[in-house]
Design a protein around this ligand. Structure first.
Ligand code: NAD
Ligand code: PRE
Length: 299
């Protein structure tokens, strides 16, 4: 296995699920040459494997995951969170002793629990989650600079070895990401509010507007200006990925939704009773948050 100070982080990196996130890692690895010497993509879709090769994203792309991971120094699972457990159960037994297992799933309690039964003492596991993405999916959607200046959240477990953790830290740093470490439970609460709830709201508001357009047979959606359009970008995200995330992070998401509904109710009351001060205060908080994200180059 290659070192972390210079050269490549891993000799052979196998990306399982070379969609938006997996193919962005492959693009980064190809372009900079500092992540791995050999790149292999595994996908259960032969069409995705063919496309990966057409795009020149990997040295090899195959549907035979078991054979592929046997050569790997690192296996990165980039499949939807609902598929992580089954994929790990199939692939981990075939990994070399000492090879590192990692994932990029958007929820961490459910993913670490789903992978736990497949773990081996000689295969260190480092759960990770790059906080970057777009509404697009598949190998064509990846971007070489997707992770540039974005957070990558690491949720190491008790059994995660310091060496494997350092290798995954180095890999994501070389993808351009900034790192934070936290527990899986804390991760899921934070992501419920900053990622999962906003998606839930976007899917819901688009549905509400569409219902209204049907009911009134009017041009509601034709007149949508940029405020509504910003919601539709998020609402265009992949249904399978988001179904899995909502179900996997059920508890934290429902807690945040409950809090949000209380705050929305308070706003409704302020509007009903003409409480201008309350309304201005809430809007000013929103502006402050946007300003601080721009200052930190996160927007
Ligand atoms: N899209 C985002 O914004 C984003 C951001 C950070 C993390 N994530 C996480 O990254 C993971 C991948 O998301 P994505 O947006 O890249 O998805 P994607 O749909 O673009 O790619 C997923 C790939 O996994 C393959 N796949 C599905 N099930 C499989 C299986 N059982 N075996 C092998 N391959 C399989 C699909 O064919 C597809 O090529 C998810 O866990 C998601 O939660 C997504
Ligand atoms: O930018 C987007 O379109 C995204 O949905 C990216 C986003 C997010 O909510 O910020 C989505 C899911 C992730 O797990 C991480 C990032």
């Amino acid at each position: 296995m290659a070192g972390t100070d210079s050269g490549v982080v891993f000799d052979t990196l196998v990306v399982v699920g070379p969609g938006l996130i997996g193919s962005s890692v492959l693009r980064r690895a190809k372009e900079y040459g500092t992540l791995a010497r050999r790149l292999v993509a595994v996908d259960n879709s032969a069409a995705v494997c063919a496309r990966v090769m057409e795009l020149g994203l990997a040295d090899e792309a195959t549907t035979d995951g078991v054979a592929a991971v046997a050569q790997a120094d690192c296996v990165m699972l980039c499949v939807p969170v609902g598929a992580m457990g089954a994929v790990a159960a199939q692939l981990v037994p075939a990994m070399k002793p000492g090879a590192v297992l990692t994932d990029v799933g958007s929820t961490k309690v459910s993913v670490t629990e789903a992978i736990a039964p497949s773990l081996r003492a000689d295969v260190p596991y480092v759960p990770a989650h790059p906080m970057a993405g777009t509404e697009f999916s598949g190998p064509d959607a990846g971007l070489v600079d997707l992770f540039e200046n974005r957070w990558c959240l690491l949720t190491p477990l008790e059994a995660t070895t310091p060496q494997a953790l350092q290798q995954i830290r180095t890999l994501w740093t070389r993808c351009g990401a900034r790192l934070r470490e936290m527990s899986p439970a804390h991760h899921d609460r934070v992501c419920a509010i900053v990622s999962h709830l906003p998606h839930l709201l976007a899917f819901t508001i688009c549905g509400t507007a569409d219902d209204l357009a049907e009911e009134t047979r009017s041009e509601v959606l034709d007149l949508a200006a940029s405020g509504f359009r910003d919601f539709t970008r998020i609402a265009a995200s992949d249904p399978v990925m988001w179904r899995d995330i909502f179900l996997a992070n059920r508890e934290a998401l429902l807690e945040m939704l409950g809090r949000f509904m209380e705050d929305a109710q308070a706003m409704a009351r302020a509007i009903r009773w003409g409480d201008a001060e309350y309304i201005v205060d809430k809007i000013e908080r929103g502006r402050e948050i946007r300003k601080s994200l721009i200052e930190n180059r996160q927007a």
